[in-house]
Design a protein around this ligand. Sequence first.
Ligand code: G3P
Length: 218
Amino acid sequence: MTKIFLDTAKLDEIREVAEWGVLDGVTTNPTLMMRAGTADLKANTMKIVDMVPGPVSAEVVSTDTAGMITEARDILSWADNVYVKIPTTVDGIKAMQEISSWPNGRINATLIFSPTQAYLVARAGASFASIFVGRIDDAGLDGMEVVRQTRAIFDNYGFDCAVLAASIRHTLHVTDSLLAGVDIITMPYPVLQKIARSPFTDAGLERFLADWAEVAGK
Ligand code: G3P
């Protein structure tokens, strides 16, 4: 079954969706931290951990292998369900090789734009391969095709690395990701709201209640 993650660092959004009972995890990145108005990565991540028992991703900001490894050691020590997000660069892939050898080496490989990058992070021991569907679409390419190809490659070789659909912009991305058999979809709060609601449901309910009021009032 595909897991649902929320792609945000905003605590009020996470708190609300956690109450729905369908939230399996949270992903953050430096931009999402900026939007949440905090630079205290540890404090904010630990507040999320308090609300969400599943995987919570926090991203490094170093760009060299040694710096990423140092940051990862710290981030992974915060809680057993914290995953470290490492960008998919050559330095990042080298860092993933080292980090994945640790007993607590939980890696979310981020900024993936091709099936070949996904293949390499799976080889490097990442737990999640985050494919940036919306940004691939922005470049005039087909983000969902990258997701489908990655799914096929991981299945070919039995890789123990989750296909994670990220940079999700709308409901159709969610439906297509579900059809492609991804392991995880991380979506922003407005998209999660949209997949849960329909104006036809609201209109149908309004009609049911109006009809009931008419017959019950007699
Ligand atoms: O997790 C990060 C990713 O989902 C970014 O999304 O909308 O900034 O391309 P976006």
